[in-house]
Design a binder for this molecule. Structure first.
Ligand SMILES: [Fe+2]
Ligand SMILES: [Fe+2]
Length: 266
């Protein structure tokens, strides 16, 4: 595959407007390598409101979703749902790159999100390959339609995007994954457990990337980060962060318990 874009922003929009998951992933790897080789400037390009999606999976409301569990049947639904989340995460990483080029961010900001895009593509591929071992393809089951909502409501504000997506939704994954991995191991599914372990370790770094740039922007605007986080969640997030929180992993990522103080039980 050859590169026919001249900037990282154009590359991001190319990935976002590519519907096929296989192509989306291979374009991601191609552009990640090109960026790291210094072949592209940051540039500017308008991303689509929503990323292109393949015809399958059928997107549906949460109540229509197949039941997830760690039992034999529920595990296919679980891995399929996680693959869908990871494919969405590939688009989220490219969207943050393309959408906020006017925010005067340092080059290291783009380095970080390019790494996130690369890792999300690897997560999707690992889960997709694992589904194949169960004679299931990504797209065989319906998938959740609500994943782009938090991106849509924060399309105009980088600080809000960071508060909602890495620091709330990805952090939620970090809260819940260790227990899920434990249940999978108890059920004897070492293979799924080890893929989720790999994803978990990478996701701690994605949260760290989110916190780093959230605090960078707060420092630049001279705003207290924890107050800003609370304000942005109240303004943009439907619902409130729910525990139990994985305080150790969040702290390792730089998101100290102070951020959660408004929602921690006293
Ligand atoms: Fe991921
Ligand atoms: Fe992630």
């Amino acid at each position: 595959m050859t590169i026919n874009v001249s900037s990282l922003a154009e590359a991001a929009v190319d990935v976002l407007t590519t519907a096929g998951p296989t192509q989306k992933v291979s374009k991601t790897y191609l552009y990640v390598a090109a960026w790291r080789n210094g072949e592209m400037s940051i540039g500017q390009c308008t991303p689509p409101d929503r990323p292109a999606r393949p015809a399958a999976p059928r997107l549906c409301a949460p109540r229509e979703m197949p039941k997830r569990s760690t039992g034999p049947k529920g595990r296919i639904a679980l891995v399929h749902a996680l693959a869908h989340i990871e494919l969405n995460a590939v688009d989220l990483a490219w969207d943050i790159i393309a959408r906020f080029t006017g925010d005067d961010m340092p080059s290291a900001f783009y380095d970080d999100w390019v790494t996130v895009a690369d890792e999300e593509a690897k997560h999707f591929e690992a889960l997709k390959t694992h589904l194949h071992s169960w004679n299931t393809a990504y797209g065989d089951l319906p998938a959740h339609d609500g994943l782009w909502e938090a991106a849509a409501v924060t399309a105009e504000a980088l600080l809000a995007r960071l508060a909602l997506i890495p620091m709330t939704l990805e952090a939620r994954g970090i809260d819940t994954t260790p227990h899920l991995v434990q249940r999978l191991r108890q059920a004897g599914d070492e293979e799924t457990a080890s893929i989720l372990d790999m994803i978990y370790n990478d996701e701690i770094n994605h949260l760290a990337v989110g916190v780093r740039w959230f605090e960078f922007l707060c420092a630049r605007d001279q705003k207290p980060p924890t107050d800003q986080y609370k304000y942005l969640l109240e303004r943009y997030f439907r619902g409130t962060p729910k525990g139990p929180f994985n305080i150790d992993a969040r702290t390792e990522a730089g998101m100290t318990a102070n951020y959660l103080a408004p929602w921690l039980e006293t």
